[in-house]
Write a protein that binds this ligand. Structure first.
Ligand code: GDP
Ligand code: MG
Length: 222
């Protein structure tokens, strides 16, 4: 299926590097509610964003093999913090962003998101990639499109990561991926490929780990 990343798209060595990186300790660093509280730029960082209930906490927990790294049941739309996690002793920082799509005021980049996040997206040099999580049952919503346009404007590279792929039939997934890949052509900062995941079944996790491990490695080289 074109545009959908599969394990075959990675070498065994890259998959193994990803597995090993994410098997190392991952610890909560801090919760940032104001731009002044951002940690000094450290290693490469990857942020995870998506509509509330998309499965972000579940994915972070599954990626890092943790039962409860990120809480899976926080009140939708309430936390407006960037939660920093240090993976493998500063090999990579993972940033859990607030869910969006709940609050009504459309003043910001995305409904319910605040100034902190806009400042973060525009000013964070060590932010190498943003994973935009999309519920495979729902596809791209207008709030996702708003975020994607904002990321294009801020020139933050991002990848679409489908969640809950176990909840739809393979044929439906195929159509969804084709539609999304077509839509991505209009978004200059988007990577052209999509990763389909299921935190429940473990699908797509080796691929996503390999993808993110490559960013950590690139950063170490230069
Ligand atoms: N079937 C299935 N359910 C999932 C998956 N990931 C998350 N969920 C469910 O979706 C709901 C929201 O998940 P959560 O991780 O809390 O979403 P968040 O609000 O984005 O952090 C929970 O009931 C999860 O159990 C998945 O891969 N498959
Ligand atoms: Mg959550």
């Amino acid at each position: 299926m074109s545009g959908l990343l599969k394990a075959d798209d990675y070498t065994d060595a890259d998959l193994e590097t990803g597995r090993r990186l994410f098997a190392r300790p991952c610890i909560f660093m801090k919760s940032v509610v104001s731009i002044r509280d951002l940690p000094d730029q450290g290693p490469a960082e990857v942020a995870f964003a998506g509509r509330s209930n998309v499965g972000k906490s579940s994915l972070l927990n599954a990626l890092t093999n943790r039962g409860s790294l990120a809480r899976t049941s926080n009140t939708p739309g309430r936390t407006q913090a960037l939660n920093y996690f240090d993976l493998a002793d500063e090999a990579l920082w993972l940033v859990d962003m607030p869910g969006y799509g709940y609050a009504k005021a459309p003043k910001h980049l995305v409904d319910g998101w605040n100034r902190l996040i806009e400042d973060y997206l525009h000013g964070r040099q060590s932010l190498r990639r943003l994973c935009v999580l999309i519920d495979a049952r729902h596809g791209l919503k207008s709030s996702d499109e708003a975020l994607m346009s904002g990321l294009d404007a801020a020139a933050v590279a991002y990848q679409i990561v489908l969640t809950k792929a176990d909840k739809i039939a393979a044929s439906v997934l195929e159509k969804l991926v084709a539609n999304i890949v077509a839509a991505l052509k209009k978004h200059p900062a988007a990577l052209p490929t999509v990763i389909a995941t299921s935190s429940k079944k473990g699908w797509g996790l080796p691929e996503l780990r390999a993808e993110l491990a490559a960013l950590a490695a690139e950063d170490r080289i230069g």
